[in-house]
Design a protein around this ligand. Structure first.
Ligand SMILES: [Fe+2]
Length: 381
């Protein structure tokens, strides 16, 4: 066994930890901070909760949109380069944190935002950053990736240098999420943990995080969805999401790739677009990941069967029942995908979003078959 794991981020977790942001800015010796967020976070007073009592002077960039386009990244690049900010504080869901992470990189690296789309394109170390998630889903506070939409397609800016200096994960901040956002972001976290577990790059650290993350989410996502003020459920979800962020170093398999092909076209929240394929991914990967299926079944709270295919089917059924209870669509037909487009989507999935770390290798024919099963709602692998 050989693996490496890299996590330079200081993590603080728990109700009330947002109070500690002030101390963290001091610890980082910052003199001038840029808060990167969206207008909803400003309106709900969440940003004010984070910045309350800060000693360091700060300004706010609140123009982040959901599923940000590259133009938003260009905007944040202009803003962070307009003054000598030495700290970026990201407040919000994955979109705000992703834009905050790239802002920290743009502060010290020249070039258009577009020129950083790809892998490892930052030459210089970013300025310090603090991430404060307000959803329980993306785990972006602990990942090397920032997603951007470029010319209608999901792309990414990836670099280990983008890992934040500090992540402050306070479940209290997630309690104002409406049920639909709780469902979609929670489903995203379930996908991260499950897909990372199925990845050929998984290691004992990512597997431990993933299995615990799945168990927490399966136990409490429905409760958080039904009752916004259920504090133990919110705590489980925040923890499950950050464990997903830890697991993400194993990378995703084809569930997220499939999600990218339908998210922009059908205007789906990220968690919905990757949640829809999840049950089918589980049943399809069951044989390729046979030695790992028993533990996955336990994490999903499913009575383990003996045959991997059977196990996969049972876990997939459970994942589908979780999605259905959250009112997340479970077939491509439901979201309006035309039957005649299945081959085109499968080609785009393989061409634009390949997964060399997938233990299950697809060609055009088998990927189209998978799209067809997702269209019909057929969990058979
Ligand atoms: Fe995701």
């Amino acid at each position: 066994m050989k693996f490496s794991y890299f996590l330079p981020t200081k993590l603080t977790f728990g109700f009330g930890t947002v109070e500690g942001v002030k101390a963290e800015t001091k610890g980082l010796r910052s003199t001038w901070a840029l808060v990167v967020t969206d207008k909803v976070m400003m309106k709900t007073g969440t940003v004010q909760k984070v910045t309350h009592g800060l000693d360091v002077p700060f300004e706010v960039f609140d123009e982040v949109e959901a599923e940000p386009k590259i133009e938003v990244a260009e905007g944040v690049a202009d803003k962070v380069r307009s003054k000598s900010y030495d700290l970026v504080i990201g407040v919000g869901g994955g979109s705000s944190m992703d834009m905050a992470k790239v802002a920290a990189g743009f502060a010290t690296n020249k070039g258009t935002a577009r020129s950083f789309v790809g892998n490892d394109l930052f030459a210089k170390k970013p300025v310090a950053s603090i991430m404060v998630p307000t959803t329980a889903g993306t785990g972006a506070e602990l990942t090397v990736t920032s997603m951007v939409t470029v010319d209608g397609h999901k792309q990414w800016i990836n670099s280990p240098l983008l890992l934040p200096s500090v992540a402050v994960v306070d479940p209290e901040l997630t309690m104002t999420m409406p049920p639909g956002v709780t469902a979609a972001t929670g489903m995203d976290a379930l996908c991260h943990n499950t897909e990372a577990y199925l990845s050929s790059l998984a290691n004992p650290i990512t597997d431990s995080a993933a299995l615990e993350g799945i168990a927490l989410i399966v136990k409490d996502l429905q409760k958080a969805f039904e009752s916004a003020n259920d504090r133990p459920a919110r705590e489980s979800m925040s923890l499950g999401a950050l464990l997903g962020g830890i697991a993400l170093q194993a990378k995703m398999v084809y569930g997220h790739s499939i999600g990218y092909t339908i998210a922009t076209r059908f205007k789906l929240a990220h968690g919905v677009s990757c949640g829809l394929p999840l049950p089918y991914i589980i049943s399809n990967y069951a044989v390729a990941c046979a030695p790992k299926m028993k533990k996955l079944a336990e994490a999903y709270g499913v009575e383990p069967a003996t045959e991997p295919q059977e196990l996969g089917r049972e876990v997939a059924e459970k994942a589908r029942s979780i999605a259905a209870a959250l009112k997340i669509p479970t077939t491509l037909k439901e979201i309006g995908v035309a039957e005649s487009d299945l081959g085109m989507l499968a080609d785009e999935c393989l061409g634009m979003y390949p997964r060399p770390n997938s233990p299950l290798v697809f060609d055009g024919k088998s990927m189209t078959e998978l799209y067809r099963r997702m269209w019909e709602g057929n969990l058979e692998a």
